[in-house]
Design a protein around this ligand. Structure first.
Ligand code: PAF
Length: 281
């Protein structure tokens, strides 16, 4: 595995992969690998000849310096995990390397998809995500890029960004990986103490209750949402931000409760804000 820290070298290495006739898979990450990341790397390896992973904790997508400082980092461990699953290129630039002129003056504004839900709670977050994803896709060139469904709003807006800007990239969404009790794998889970860790399963329980309400004939979104709210309300360690049923493409209210839908939830459990979602048909 080649470990690369410079943008120029990464651009050259990815273009060499294509020049050699190989298909490139890119997995953009912020490191601190868990099973969710490993499943993205495996998905990339199963359909691409060479897998590149980027590890960059993007300051632009954090609203405060303390949130950024708390983000876990363990590059040595990430390197050995990436090596173990056959990654070919690991790109781990510094902030100075990614943003050599300081904070970029040009940013990618993702539009209405970014305004609600996570965007409402974390102003500027998705502009930071869209800007760094555009840079990473520009550096890697034509590829398949793999993103987890766990960050469903991020996946939806990256798909829209690629379509709107005609980027030569195929976006592949991969299913959320869960612990045995249903908690979605996330780098943030490490900040949960034992009691909060156990309380955090309430997010998935609420999603399951929402899904059950739909399958047993709920006719209105409000009914499904009230069911999810009720489950979270019963867990005193959890403070709900939102629990909604949305259209999976627009992330707006669905025209009807038929066809594909997505249940999205966000709640604070102890010191950690968690998100999760579930697809329903
Ligand atoms: O999902 C993440 O880890 C980040 O938001 C991403 C896509 C790597 C951009 O920094």
């Amino acid at each position: 595995m080649e470990v690369i820290t410079s943008r120029d070298e990464f651009r050259k290495a990815t273009s060499d992969v294509r020049a050699g006739g190989s298909r490139l898979g890119l997995v953009p990450t912020m490191g601190a690998f868990h099973e969710g990341h490993i499943s993205l790397l495996r998905a990339a390896a199963s359909s691409c000849d060479v897998v590149a992973v980027s590890i960059f904790v993007n300051p632009l997508q954090f609203s405060s310096a303390s949130d950024l400082a708390q983000y876990p980092a363990d590059l040595d461990k990430d390197i050995s995990m990436a090596q173990a699953v056959g990654v070919g290129l690991l790109f781990a630039p510094s902030a100075q390397e990614m943003y050599p002129r300081g904070e970029p003056e040009t940013r990618v504004e993702p539009g209405p998809l970014a305004d609600r839900l996570e965007g409402a709670s974390r102003p500027g977050h998705f502009t930071g995500v869209a800007t760094v994803v555009t840079k990473l896709l520009s550096l890697s060139g034509r590829c398949r890029a793999f993103f987890g469904e766990k960050d469903f709003q991020q996946l939806a807006l990256v798909r829209r960004l690629v379509a709107d800007l005609d980027l030569d990239v195929e976006i592949v969404g991969c299913p959320t990986v869960r612990e045995s009790d249903g908690l979605a794998c996330s780098s943030r889970n490490r900040r949960l103490g034992p009691d909060d860790r156990s309380a955090a399963t309430v997010l998935f329980k609420a999603l399951e209750a929402g899904r059950d309400a739909l399958s047993t004939g709920a006719r209105q979104s409000a009914e499904v949402e009230a069911t999810m709210v009720g489950v979270v309300a019963a867990e005193r360690r959890a403070e709900l931000d939102y629990a909604v049923v949305v259209d999976p493409v627009t992330l707006g209210s669905p025209a009807s409760l038929s066809g594909e839908l997505r249940l999205l939830i966000a709640a604070r459990v102890g010191p950690v804000r968690l998100i999760d979602n579930l697809g329903v048909k």
